[in-house]
Design a protein around this ligand. Structure first.
Ligand code: 5AD
Length: 402
């Protein structure tokens, strides 16, 4: 064991503020004792700032039609081998209703990217229908709705927010401009992605972003910069996982790929680094972790994650939404996923938050400190803000520290 290095990590973990060089050291750690120190520190930071509960978002992959051509992605528009689908409104609403009755307080509506009017109209319609179908005593505002449908115009984001969606995930994929450019065609720009994140935040969404870890050519320094990027953007949620090749992706064939164990270790250290740096954000233990390790999501929870997105996409389309090879849970029904998850979460000493939106403590704090005047509930009288502040109604949700 390298005692000098061990001392360094132990000292870093005692620092109140982590700098880039500290994050690099955390991400570069290889000594098992150091990695356990990092894990334990991240777990205790999580418990202190977010409590022990794991928040669930039922994942509804409602369409794999896509106008973008991200080189790493299995459903990119130029992959002609994918059979394309879009779920019916009934299937989407029924999946969300199932989540509400099963105690999942939130859903994620995820799809490939489309920017046409018909797509936005149907999404707005479905958001309203999901809210109507899931309001109950336990969920007076219906299930919380997170969207993950990519880059759109501001007016479209506003319509979706007005309809009742209150969180938005838009991964930056990498905070490095060079790497971003290597992963996307010229029509998809770093600046446009970043502008969308700012727009979403400005509109009032809780925003989530994330990166892929172990992208060919990516460096530890770039990953440390990714964590600092999350901090500087003051994001509420993070979803990140290992890069996994897809047989019909368009990545350069000679790109060097880290082995699975190294990519997974890096992913866990990224989760821990994000927890240690940002403390009270929600961090997902993503499906990609489970694709490379059968207990990858549980390990993600132990390294500081507190969100899981169980599969509720109807079985008949699930295998058509394949972003990377080896997607898990392809044959399990939503009910099977639910009972399997409960056990997995208990196995790492945590418990599920039932029937709550499970917003991040970070958002509650950011929002309470910085609610734009137009978003404040009126002091007297019934005047409504132009854009509804469904986030504001949830400023300090009771479920944050049950
Ligand atoms: N490996 C890992 N993650 C991927 N994603 C897309 N393709 C891959 C891949 N090959 C992730 C991206 C995207 C999210 C929906 O899925 O980060 O934002």
């Amino acid at each position: 064991m390298n005692t000098a290095e061990t001392g360094t990590i132990a000292a870093i973990l005692r620092k109140p503020v982590l700098l880039k060089q500290d994050l690099v050291a955390i991400l570069a750690a290889t000594d098992p004792a150091d990695i356990e120190r990092i894990r334990a520190a991240a777990e205790s930071t999580l418990l202190e700032h977010c409590g022990p509960t794991v928040r669930l978002r039922g994942l509804i992959e409602f369409s794999n039609l896509c106008v973008s051509d991200c080189l790493y992605c299995g459903i990119r528009k130029n992959n002609r081998e994918v059979e394309r689908y879009t779920l019916s409104d009934e299937d989407i609403v029924e999946s969300a209703r199932w989540c509400a009755t099963t105690g999942y307080g939130s859903v994620v509506l995820q799809s490939g990217e489309r920017r046409d009017r018909r797509f936005i109209d149907s999404l707005v319609r479905n958001i309203h229908a999901i809210k109507d179908a899931t309001r109950s005593e336990k969920l007076p505002d219906g299930v919380g709705i997170t969207l993950c449908v990519g880059e759109l115009a501001r007016a479209d984001y506003e319509r979706l927010y007005q309809a009742g969606a209150h969180r938005y995930l838009l991964r930056m994929e990498t905070s490095s401009r060079e790497l971003f450019a290597a992963l996307h065609p010229p029509a998809q720009s770093y600046d446009s992605r970043l502008a969308c994140l700012h727009m979403l935040k400005d509109i009032g969404f809780q925003i989530g972003t994330g990166v892929m870890i172990g992208i060919p050519g990516q460096t530890i320094e770039q990953l440390a910069d990714d964590l600092l990027f999350f901090r500087d953007l003051d994001i509420d949620m993070i979803g990140m996982g290992p890069y996994i090749p897809h047989a019909q992706a368009a990545m350069p064939p000679d790109a060097p790929l880290l082995d699975v164990a190294t990519r997974m270790d890096l992913a866990f250290k990224m989760i821990a680094g994000a927890r240690l740096l940002l403390r009270n954000v929600n961090i997902a233990a993503t499906t990609a972790l489970q694709a490379l390790d059968p207990v990858g999501r549980e390990k993600g929870l132990r390294f500081g994650a507190n969100v899981i997105m169980p599969q509720v996409t109807p079985l008949h389309v699930r295998q058509m939404y394949t972003l990377y090879d080896g997607k898990p849970c392809l044959g399990d029904t939503a009910s099977q996923c639910a009972s399997c998850l409960e056990q997995r979460i208990h196995s790492v000493g945590r418990r599920i938050l039932h029937d709550g939106w499970g917003d991040s403590a970070h958002y509650a704090r950011r929002h309470a400190m910085n609610v734009p005047a137009a978003m404040q509930p009126p002091a007297i009288g019934p005047a409504q803000p132009a854009i509804p502040s469904h986030g504001a109604r949830r400023v300090i949700p009771l479920q944050l520290k049950p």
